[in-house]
Ligand binder design. Structure first.
Ligand SMILES: [Zn+2]
Ligand SMILES: [Zn+2]
Length: 462
């Protein structure tokens, strides 16, 4: 498709003609649309393998959020199951993307300079308001502009005078008639290019990030507030009390599709991104969620430095005492702050809780070493840890050990103090009496996916 757009209007600089053509792929051997689907998966596994290497070779023990003993003692799912479910989600995500890519036509290019000129014209129109605006404060912008132009500042003078650049005018022929058209000042074209190539894509990316964060916050929060949703779908993700990198997308397939695939897809469609912008956005989102589950608080990790919602923040949400807070993911924390769901305990309180979990896991592991290992590497719950099928479950071993370690009840956060002592919030504080704790656990354990446990903030072993 071609279009000749040289304008007859002489008030504004004419727009250049353009010819659309199919965009060459970024890599000659793969279509951009397929690359946009492959990169998030490749990024997911490259970053996951990096963190897995840190785990296996114990390269950054000082930055670990949890000990290896905790991975064995506290997680309720084997690595093989995690791997299988993550791969399944990625297949589903890629197939969905392929269907959408088939519906989309090829990406077209060729009108970039035309669009830049459109922005240049908008800047010119904005300048035309300057003399009137400056006149409101008693300034003679036109006179001032002329003085500046004579003093060797023609671009600034022209802008102040309302976008008057007589030296940029050039002859044109419109429908056989010779005429003179205004032209763009150099700064106008530079600014227009910066808007077109820098500002607009940055705004699109920022809006996409906000859409994804909003989508995920409210759905994630709903998954915790609604017992059916939690037990049926989200409890699976919370079988990982001690997250590790490639467990990031360990979800029920429906949840994975709804939160991740649909969330990023909707943000992409609503912001009108190009396929190449989508490559960056999809890959960044994928790598970010891996980083959030990596199990390390790394001072040199750019993702953790750039965004407040990082591995340390999300790890709190995976703990029995923090599961009712920190719902925001994957980039910012503003929804948690705005709606009062951020975890508000202080650093000392948090460190003490982490330390208790470490000690309890060590104890559990040393008991488990007496012949209770399962073939999948997870620790077999000992007889005393198994729950009563009648619904009067025995207290969770880790939580019980935490209480034994800490004779003083854990301090409640100010936000939680102000709330009525609901079952869920009181259980997450560790102040729940053992009787009610049993009842709460019984309710969860009696459900279809009781194995996941955590809806009520209590770790379970079956
Ligand atoms: Zn959750
Ligand atoms: Zn998570």
């Amino acid at each position: 498709m071609a279009s000749s757009n040289a304008t007859a209007s002489l008030d504004l600089p004419p727009l250049p003609p353009y010819t659309l053509r199919e965009q060459e792929p970024l890599l000659s051997w793969i279509d951009d649309a397929y690359l946009a689907l492959a990169l998030p998966v490749v990024g997911y596994w490259v970053v996951s393998l990096f963190f897995h290497a840190l785990d296996v070779f114990d390269l950054c023990p000082q930055h670990r959020l949890h000990t290896p003993a905790e991975v064995l003692a506290r997680n309720h799912v084997s690595r093989a199951d995690v791997l299988r479910d993550v791969l399944f989600q990625q297949v589903l995500q890629t197939l969905t993307g392929l269907l959408l890519a088939l519906a989309d036509g090829p990406a077209m290019v060729g009108r970039e300079e035309y669009d830049v000129a459109v922005w240049g014209r908008r800047l010119r129109v904005a300048q035309s308001a300057l003399p009137a605006l400056l006149g409101l404060v008693g300034l003679d912008a036109t006179g001032l502009g002329l003085k500046l132009a004579k003093a060797g500042w023609p671009q600034l003078g022209g802008a102040l005078a309302g976008g008057k650049y007589p030296w940029a005018a050039h002859p044109i022929v419109v429908e056989g008639v010779r005429s003179v058209a205004p032209g763009f000042a150099r700064w106008e074209l530079q600014a227009a290019r910066a808007i077109y190539w820098g500002l607009i894509p940055s705004i699109q990316m920022a809006v996409a990030v906000c859409i994804l964060d909003t989508w995920q916050y409210f759905l994630h929060r709903a998954m915790h507030l609604n017992k059916y949703l939690y037990v049926t779908f989200h409890s699976r993700h919370h079988r990982l009390y001690v997250p590790y990198a490639y467990g990031a997308l360990y979800n029920h397939p429906f949840e994975g599709f709804l939160l991740d695939t649909a969330g990023t897809g909707i943000a992409y469609l609503l912001t009108g991104m190009t396929v190449r912008q989508a490559m960056i956005f999809f890959t960044l989102s994928s790598v970010k969620t891996v980083d959030d589950h990596c199990g390390y608080a790394l001072p040199w990790d750019p993702l953790q430095r750039l965004w407040p919602n990082n591995a340390a923040f999300h790890d709190i949400h995976h703990q029995s005492w923090g599961i009712k807070s920190n719902f925001s993911q994957p980039f910012f924390t503003f929804w948690d702050r705005l709606l009062g769901t951020i975890w508000t305990g202080d650093e000392a309180d948090k460190l003490a809780r982490y330390e208790r979990s470490r000690r309890a896991a060590d104890r559990k592991l040393s008991h488990g070493a007496e012949g209770h290992k399962r073939p999948d590497g997870l620790l077999q719950p000992s007889d005393s840890e198994l729950s009563d099928r009648s619904g009067t479950a025995s207290p969770d071993p880790i939580a019980a050990a935490e209480r034994l370690d800490d004779p003083q009840p854990l301090r409640r956060s100010p936000r939680k103090k102000a709330q009525p002592a609901t079952a869920a919030s009181s259980s997450s504080t560790g102040q729940q009496g053992s009787g009610s704790l049993k009842n709460l656990r019984g309710r969860v354990n009696g459900s279809v996916h009781g194995r996941g446990g955590g809806v009520l903030g209590v770790e379970s072993n079956h």
